[in-house]
Design a protein around this ligand. Structure first.
Ligand SMILES: Cc1cc2nc3c(=O)[nH]c(=O)nc-3n(C[C@H](O)[C@H](O)[C@H](O)COP(=O)(O)OP(=O)(O)OC[C@H]3O[C@@H](n4cnc5c(N)ncnc54)[C@H](O)[C@@H]3O)c2cc1C
Length: 135
């Protein structure tokens, strides 16, 4: 039975990053995953001709100095990952409405105010919180 310095249980993004950082520091890691594929929620699967995201479909923190950007640099793989900015971020289609989420939060707010004028106070508070998270 080989010796390991650390056993990381679960190969979601958290486990992969933890294991990667520990390996980059010279530690011997055993990464254990119960599923067939690694990635946890950050993975995809195929049905017929379509590829579906299991959960994660957009990231923040990929800009220079952002959290993800810093982690990729730390792991020495930043040059191998190319992020594509998408706009709109998401289109949700419901029976009686289509909600388009623009990447520019101000544009998104304006459209939301027009689409849901009765949501005034609630919508404003929501965007105040978002701004506090972003800036
Ligand atoms: C519907 C949805 C949409 C989301 N969209 C986004 C998004 O757009 N952007 C974003 O940044 N975040 C998004 N998130 C959040 C993001 O998915 C999670 O924050 C992140 O993937 C969690 O990673 P994790 O490593 O902590 O856990 P997980 O991804 O859950 O990974 C845990 C891993 O551990 C394994 N495991 C569990 N128990 C054991 C065991 N006993 N032995 C071995 N292996 C085990 C699991 O199989 C899994 O692979 C979304 C989440 C959901 C549910």
């Amino acid at each position: 039975m080989p010796d390991y310095d650390v056993i990381v249980i679960g190969s979601g993004i958290g486990g992969l990053i933890s294991a990667g950082i520990l390996v980059s520091r010279g530690l011997k890691i055993l990464l254990v995953e119960k599923n067939v594929n690694p990635g946890g929620y950050l993975s995809s699967f195929k049905r017929g001709a379509f590829i579906f995201d299991s959960a994660v479909d957009c990231f923040s923190g990929v800009e220079n100095g952002g959290l993800i950007s810093n982690v990729l640099k730390l792991l020495g793989v930043d040059s191998q990952v190319h992020f594509v900015r998408v706009d709109p971020i998401r289109v949700s289609i419901f029976p009686d409405a289509t909600i388009i989420v623009d990447s520019d939060v101000n544009v998104y707010k304006k459209k939301t105010d027009v689409a849901f004028p009765f949501r005034g106070r609630c919508s404003c508070r929501f965007f105040q919180i978002i701004r506090r998270c972003i800036y």
